[in-house]
Structure formats: structure tokens, C-alpha cells
Design a protein around this ligand. Structure first.
Ligand code: GSH
Length: 275
């Protein structure tokens, strides 16, 4: 494996899982912020997508991790990861914070011109997530459990029985990346599950696991959890002023063009859910 191209934003738990796997396996990779045409045609803005050595674009984080050489994730574990997503919809509690956090995660293309073109167009992704999350909240589908710690208890139990520092083997594997990716996502904009992870008395082992993962990923430049969990690290690097300016111009254009953008987002979302 020479090079892997990944599409997505590092605010997504599933994109994070793939990036963590790539970092851990020391595989050369690049993160692009706009979807490739092939996946856009069939899955809209769905992320992550990845292609290994100019091969076919692949969707689904667990499948991508498997293609990278990591373990397959059993369906029941995938369901547990899905459940640990609860609370992420709180990232739109403050629209200003949601948008400004996205403005900071700039495109990373080496060419300045390409980077700025991508920064101009990438607000389409947060706009979609913003509308999707509000839709989930309005339709009562963003479940709010009494205690956000509950969704992490099954992982605490796994650590109790694994006999190692990781969830199911002596080295971190797909499940560790998926859960740690979820934690990264919860930390991009502080949401209630972060508080549960920090304070819930039932999650002692999970906090140790987080510290182990933090140490392992010390040099990883998308470590959002470092601000909230020890050993602490600085927040990931942010986009420059001119990159953020172009992002905001793009966001304004997307909003001004809402008679086009909003129906397009609805069309892509409905088609994804039906197909
Ligand atoms: N099961 C998929 C989930 C991917 C997913 O839900 N991605 C979200 C971003 S966090 C997305 O792209 N949503 C856009 C949409 O639903 O149209 C995976 O593990 O890769």
C-alpha cells in the first residue's frame, strides 16, 4: 500500500476512525474536503470515502479499515458504536459555534489555489449536516438519554474482559479506532457525552483507555480530545485567516443560493436513505 486518499472532514466520527487507522499503520495519506465525483453520484456527500493506490473509491468506515488490514467489526459492535453517537446533535446548540468550528478545519491541499477553491465549496458539507441535525431534532429522532454515560458502559465492560489495554486485542484495532474516532467527534464541539466521559464513575477503565490512546496518538494532528483528556495536547492546527475568509464567503454564497442548495441537499439525503 503506497498512498490512500480519504474524503471527509475530521469532525466526522467515521472519518476520524479511518484517519486514526491510517496514522497508526503509518500509511501515507491525504484528506480531501470535497467528495469524489464517483461517490457523489451515488451517495451524495456521504463520508468517509477512501481509495487505496488509485483503486476504486470505497464507502463505510469499518470496510475501509478492513481494507487497510485491520479486523472486521462484528455487527453487534458496530451497533454499539452507532449508539455512542448520541449527543452529537448538540453540536448545533450554538449555530455560531458549529459554523465557526467548521471554518477552522480548513482544506489541506498542497496547492494554495486548490485549497482556496475547496475552502469556497466545502461549506456545502456543514450546511448539509446543519440541516440534517436540525431535521433529526425537529422530528424527535435525536434521542437524549437520561445519562450520556450509559452509551459507553458496554465498552467499559469490554475493557474489563479484554485483559489488555485495548478493547479486544493486545494492539489497537478497528473497534478502538471507531470508538476513539467517536470521542474525537464529540470533542470537536464540546457536547454532553464529553462531560459523561470525564466524570461518570462507571467509566474508570475507559478513561485509562483514553489516556493510552492519547499517548499513542500524541503526534496525530487531528486530536481534538487532547483539550479535554490527559495527557493534554494543544487543539489541532486551524485554518489561516485567508482560508477562513474564503470559507465564510463560500458559506454566504451557499446561503444566498438556498433555492438551489437546499433542494439539492434534500434530494441527496432522501436518495441516500432510500437507496
Ligand atoms: N456507516 C457509515 C456512516 C457514515 C456517516 O453517517 N457519515 C455522515 C457524516 S458523520 C455523512 O456523511 N452523512 C451525510 C448524509 O447522511 O448524507 C460509516 O461508518 O462510514
Amino acid at each position: 500500500m503506497q498512498h490512500v486518499e480519504v474524503y471527509g472532514t475530521d469532525h466526522s466520527p467515521w472519518v476520524q476512525a479511518v484517519l486514526l487507522g491510517l496514522y497508526d499503520a503509518k500509511i501515507d495519506h491525504h484528506l480531501r474536503s470535497l467528495p469524489p465525483l464517483q461517490t457523489f453520484k451515488k451517495a451524495g456527500i456521504m463520508m468517509p470515502a477512501a481509495r487505496i493506490d488509485d483503486g476504486e473509491w470505497q464507502l463505510e468506515s469499518a470496510d475501509i479499515l478492513q481494507s487497510l488490514g485491520f479486523k472486521a467489526v462484528p455487527k453487534e459492535h458496530q451497533r454499539l458504536i452507532m449508539r455512542s453517537w448520541r449527543g452529537l446533535t448538540h453540536r448545533v446548540d450554538s449555530s455560531a459555534l458549529f459554523w465557526s468550528n467548521f471554518s477552522l478545519a480548513g482544506d489541506t491541499s498542497p496547492s494554495y489555489l486548490r485549497r482556496q477553491i475547496n475552502n469556497l465549496l466545502r461549506p456545502f458539507m456543514p450546511l448539509t449536516f446543519f440541516l440534517l441535525i436540525h431535521f433529526l431534532r425537529l422530528t424527535g429522532r435525536s434521542s437524549n438519554p437520561k445519562n450520556f454515560g450509559d452509551q459507553f458502559v458496554p465498552f467499559e465492560d469490554m475493557l474489563k474482559t479484554s485483559g489488555t489495554r485495548y478493547l479486544c486485542s493486545s494492539e489497537p484495532n478497528s473497534l478502538d479506532f471507531l470508538l476513539f474516532g467517536m470521542v474525537q467527534s464529540h470533542c470537536t464541539t464540546y457536547v454532553p457525552p464529553v462531560h459523561a466521559l470525564q466524570t461518570d464513575e462507571r467509566l474508570e477503565r475507559l478513561r485509562k483507555w483514553l489516556a493510552t490512546m492519547q499517548k499513542r496518538f500524541e503526534g496525530y494532528d487531528r486530536l481534538y480530545s487532547g483539550v479535554y483528556f490527559p495527557p493534554h495536547t494543544l487543539r489541532p492546527k486551524i485554518a489561516t485567516g485567508s482560508e477562513r475568509l474564503v470559507f465564510w464567503i463560500g458559506a454566504a454564497l451557499m446561503l444566498a443560493a438556498f433555492p438551489i442548495t437546499v433542494p439539492l441537499i434534500i434530494f441527496l439525503s432522501v436518495r441516500n436513505r432510500m437507496g
